[in-house]
Design a protein around this ligand. Sequence first.
Ligand code: NAD
Length: 280
Amino acid sequence: MTNNLQATTTLYNGVKMPWIGLGVFKVEEGPELVNAVKFAIKHGYRSIDTAAIYGNEEGVGQAIREAMTEYGIKREELFITSKVWNADLGYKSTIEAYETSLRKLGLDYLDLYLIHWPVEDKYVEAWRALETIYKEGKVKAIGVSNFQVHHLEQIMKDAEIRPMVNQVEYHPRLTQQEVKIFCDNNGIQFEAWSPLMQGQLFDNPLLKEIANKYNKTVAMVILRWDIQNGVVTIPKSTKELRIIENSTIFDFELTKEDMEQINNLNQNHRVGPNPDNIDF
Ligand code: NAD
């Protein structure tokens, strides 16, 4: 399935999405951000995940432009994701939020635009806006984030277009089987945020043992586990060596037994908010 960093999964509408991307949550505007995005593209990443609420779309855009010029990469080779924030959910306000993200990024289209959180009473209307943006050809793919099965069912009830992607918290302590199976059965690509559990898994004895067996790091084992489970992954780092490390996962394969042992680490443990209980 995947043998190099630019390997892609094909969304149900035919758009190709890289299995691995760089996440830039909590990286503020400035040289650290610009350098992180440029390191990633220089070392072969093609996908960058940002969001309006991260407050760094301008720096991400600057880094993309510089990387394209310096490394001779074309816009079509990149896969750029952003997300509409909760305060902008609504038909008109979501369309305006999309235009604002484009302007800040300095791009004329995004590859993927997501509803960031399923705010009750708002996300259905926002989905209608994403459908409009998509039908007008202004975005390559549309999707959601943090959607549980009942949110997806609600959207799909009368939507013309079903989400192409659902980006949720996913790591060995939170394997989200119910929503993952629903997405797999409905052709909705599953994508992991906080794949490294924000650094909380590096001392896990089982993951360390598996990592030693392959002469890899725990981060590499977790990210490889994502991909072998058919999950797109977007680890965050601003450090060049870690950015390289997190992408060196296409030259080994976990066994079925390794995969099962890692799956069994699940404790339904979240590091982020529960989508059914959000107050922001
Ligand atoms: P993560 O699980 O990617 O962990 C990042 C942490 O791990 C950082 O502290 C980093 O320094 C450390 N790290 C990264 N690579 C390492 C390595 N090889 N060795 C040792 N330490 C390493 O956490 P995250 O940033 O929360 O999630 C990744 C991305 O997911 C975000 O940047 C963002 O793009 C996205 N995200 C989306 C949502 C959402 O609601 N849709 C929420 C949170 C995050």
